[in-house]
Design a protein around this ligand. Structure first.
Ligand code: NAP
Ligand code: ZN
Length: 342
């Protein structure tokens, strides 16, 4: 079968590899669509630990072609989305239920072969069924949506809440929609590209703000800003120093900041503890997708979350090395790999 493999840091190739054989607990899944994520680019550049050679692709869905002897609920012919993060179930964190903090976490598409291939192996407990009637591309959004859902779960958004989302990539776009779904009546997306601000307003943001157009703190949380006095919840989805520093300043007194964005390891940002303390700002972090992939699948299956407008390009395996080695094109939100496309 064909697979797009990270052969070594900075070296990616598309080539024939052995089609994998399912073990007793595995599903052999024919990949229909897989999303390219910023993490794939970090892996390519050696900015995130992994062990090449490995087939990348941790956001994927497809049709079950064969199953191992011990597989119970899933049958060949079903469409599934795979939760790529495999926890060990034995370590102290797993036994506390904190599976995203598992000491032996293994991810499909990072530590073991992933979805940038014609077929991928998925352990049965990582699989969630999707309807066959769904457009095949939609399943690839379950994984990023699950990460956003974890952030939303811990954010404590109530009906009528005000929310600011920083960063209009796919994570920001999904978070905007989830914030509305959680009951926020005011959702402001702050992102630099005009096309993304327009798109966000089409899919659920009540307002957007261009950080190039003026002071973000004054324009969003100032007396005459979009959310005067600051938001109940600020969700950082950009992963850059500027937005990390802005996030607490955009929260109202007693408000909550949730950090989803990933900054390079070792990089620091300035905070003002006095301000955080006297305004009792809660700062929370949201890592991966513990126990939420099934709900993400339900949100995708039901069409509750709009993903079609987030698909910028569909490519075949041949386009992958270029897409992974380079930053996203202007305006691009999500690029999908679909086996069979050229
Ligand atoms: P992305 O496509 O890079 O989106 C982030 C966007 O933030 C950028 O495209 C950029 O859009 C915007 N941005 C950059 N600087 C900004 C600024 N100063 N002010 C406002 N917006 C700014 O990435 P993504 O896939 O959506 O992911 C977002 C972040 O979440 C990344 O750091 C990713 O690693 C992380 N992530 C975390 C988890 C988790 O489990 N916590 C899971 C998945 C991803 P403009 O050009 O429009 O400004
Ligand atoms: Zn564990």
């Amino acid at each position: 079968m064909k697979a797009a493999r990270l052969e070594a840091i900075g070296r990616f190739s598309v080539r024939e590899v052995e089609k994998p054989l399912p073990g007793p607990d595995d599903l052999l899944v024919r990949v229909e669509a897989a999303g390219i994520c910023g993490t794939d680019r970090h892996l390519f550049h050696g900015e995130f630990p992994c062990r090449p050679p490995v087939t990348l692709g941790h956001e994927f869905s497809g049709i079950v072609e064969a199953i191992g002897d011990a597989v119970l609920q899933i049958r060949p012919g079903m469409r599934i989305t795979g939760d790529p993060n495999i926890s060990c179930g034995r370590c102290a964190q797993c036994r506390r239920g904190r599976v995203n903090l598992c000491e032996n976490l293994q991810a499909i598409g990072i530590h073991r072969d992933g979805g940038f291939a014609e077929y991928v192996l998925v352990p049965q407990r990582q699989a969630h069924e999707l309807p066959l009637s769904l457009p095949p591309e939609h399943g690839a959004f379950c994984e990023p949506l699950a990460c956003c859902l974890h952030g939303i779960d811990i954010a404590d958004i109530r009906p009528g809440s005000t929310v600011v989302v920083l960063g209009g990539g796919v994570i920001g776009m999904l978070t905007v929609q989830l914030a509305r779904l959680a009951g926020a009546t005011s959702v402001v997306l702050v992102t630099r590209q005009a096309a993304r601000r327009k798109l966000a307003e089409e899919i659920g943001a009540t307002h957007s703000f261009d950080p190039g157009a003026g002071d973000v703190i004054a324009g969003v949380a100032g007396r005459n800003g979009l959310v005067p006095g600051g938001a109940d919840v600020v969700i950082e989805c950009a992963g850059v120093a500027e937005t990390m520093t802005q996030a607490p300043k955009l929260a109202r007194n007693g408000g909550t900041v949730v950090i989803l964005g990933v900054m390079p390891q070792g990089k620091k940002v300035e905070i003002e503890p006095f301000d955080l303390l006297f305004r009792e700002i809660r700062i929370l972090t949201s890592f991966l997708n513990p126990h939420v992939h099934g709900r993400a699948a339900a949100l995708i299956a039901s069409g509750t979350i709009k993903v079609d407008p987030l698909i910028s390009r569909r490519i075949g395996f041949e386009g992958l090395p270029d897409a992974v080695a380079n930053p996203p094109r202007p305006g691009e939100v999500k690029v999908l790999v679909m086996p069979g496309l050229t």
